[in-house]
Each structure stands twice: as structure tokens, then as C-alpha cells.
Design a binder for this molecule. Structure first.
Ligand SMILES: C[S@@+](CC[C@H](N)C(=O)[O-])C[C@H]1O[C@@H](n2cnc3c(N)ncnc32)[C@H](O)[C@@H]1O
Length: 211
């Protein structure tokens, strides 16, 4: 598998931005269960009204919208200028900026909650440890992290999904394994880590930064 370059990823999502919302309304393949997963994952995070939340890879803003309904103040970053433009149209109240998992354009310990949906797998495997550490850097002590993505329990589960999903499987994607991400999150200082499978191909993880 040859990973996409950052430029290829950006232009892929720039081109997808206008039709993305329609596409995820009737998702097939790895995104099947998209809306249910957003709600299930969001329900795992205790968010108080007024909490400052960062959404990494915010896309058109659907995950953050669930938290905004509960009173969170949303900041979002994304590598795609066109996804950010569509997010601004959908949610003009969100504060948006270009940025990535690898480089978050905010100072240390800014956010009460850091979330991300269906974006973490875009980070190449070798960079995933640093991406977890970067997410923890901008989180306040006692803050919560929630990552939702297409993930799998084992290489065998990946092989099963590839067979079931068939022509909608995307060979360019390298989805995380639950155990690998669990280890990286714990290494980066996350505690009280809880996992939930939210759809056939989706897992959500929530944990807390203690210090
Ligand atoms: C499948 S979309 C998910 C968007 C949204 N979070 C959702 O749940 O619908 C993946 C998003 O991640 C963004 N992305 C890709 N690589 C990224 C990276 N390294 N850091 C942050 N965002 C990235 C893309 O531009 C795109 O908006």
C-alpha cells in the first residue's frame, strides 16, 4: 500500500467537500452507520455547557454539531480549505482554522475536550504516536479525548470487512487496529480509556488526561 501524500489528501477532500454531506447521509462501505456512530460516540463524552471543544479533521462539522447542541463552544481544524468552507456554511458559529493532527495551531492546555471523527486514519501509521501526543498537548488537565473512526479489532477483522464491503473497500486507507491505538493513547498519557463498537466497522474511544 502506497500512502497518499498530504497534498493528495488535501485535494481529495477539497474535491469531495460539496457532495460530502449528501454522501454520508446514505453511507455505504466503511462509513455505513455514520450518523448512529456520531451520536453513540458523542454520548460517551461528558461535555458541560460552555466547554471549549476542538474537533480535529472537522470536515463539514457533523460530529461537532452534536456537542454544540449540548452547549459546547466549537473550534475546528482541517487540512482541506474546501471542507472548512463547507463547515462554515453549515455552522457559521464555529471557529475554524487550517491545521492537522500533526500540527495543531493552538497553544498548550487550551481545550476541555478534543474530538475527531473518521479522520485519525488519515494520519500515516508511523506518525500516529506523535498525533496522539499533539492532541494531548492542547488538552487541559482533566480534559477528555474522543476518537471515532473506522477501526478493527484484529488483522482478521480487517480481512473479514474487506470481503463483506467488497467493491466499496478503499485500498488506499490504512485503518487503525484497536489494540495499537489503545497503546499509543496510554503512552501519550490518557487514562480511564473506554472503547465501544458503534457500528460494524466503527469504534470509539474516550479517555481523560489526568495531569
Ligand atoms: C472522512 S472526513 C471526516 C470529516 C468529519 N470529521 C466527519 O465525521 O464527517 C476526513 C477529514 O479529515 C481531514 N484530514 C485529512 N488528513 C488530516 C490530517 N492529517 N489532520 C487533520 N485532518 C485531516 C480531511 O480533510 C477530511 O475533512
Amino acid at each position: 500500500m502506497v500512502p497518499r501524500s498530504p497534498e493528495e489528501t488535501r485535494s481529495l477532500f477539497d474535491e469531495w467537500a460539496l457532495t460530502y454531506d449528501d454522501c454520508v447521509r446514505q453511507p455505504c462501505g466503511p462509513l455505513e452507520g455514520y450518523e448512529h456512530s456520531l451520536k453513540e460516540a458523542a454520548a460517551m463524552v461528558p461535555v458541560e455547557a460552555g466547554a471549549l471543544l476542538l474537533d480535529i479533521g472537522i470536515g463539514t462539522g457533523a460530529f461537532s454539531a452534536v456537542f454544540a447542541q449540548r452547549g459546547a463552544r466549537v473550534c475546528g481544524i482541517d487540512v482541506s480549505g474546501q471542507m472548512l468552507a463547507k463547515c462554515h456554511l453549515n455552522h457559521p458559529e464555529f471557529s475554524l482554522a487550517e491545521g492537522s493532527f500533526e500540527s495543531i495551531p493552538y497553544p498548550d492546555e487550551q481545550f476541555d475536550v478534543v474530538v475527531s471523527s473518521f479522520s485519525f486514519h488519515e494520519v500515516p501509521p508511523a506518525a500516529r504516536g506523535a498525533a496522539c501526543a499533539e492532541a494531548m498537548r492542547v488538552l487541559k488537565p482533566k480534559g477528555y479525548v474522543c476518537l471515532l473512526d473506522v477501526m478493527f479489532a484484529s488483522p482478521e477483522a480487517v480481512a473479514d470487512a474487506r470481503q463483506v464491503i467488497g467493491c466499496y473497500w478503499d485500498d488506499d486507507e490504512d485503518y487503525p487496529l484497536v489494540g495499537d491505538l489503545d497503546a499509543l493513547l496510554r503512552l501519550s498519557g490518557l487514562c480511564g480509556v473506554r472503547w465501544r463498537q458503534t457500528a460494524p466497522w466503527h469504534w470509539a474511544v474516550v479517555g481523560r488526561r489526568l495531569t
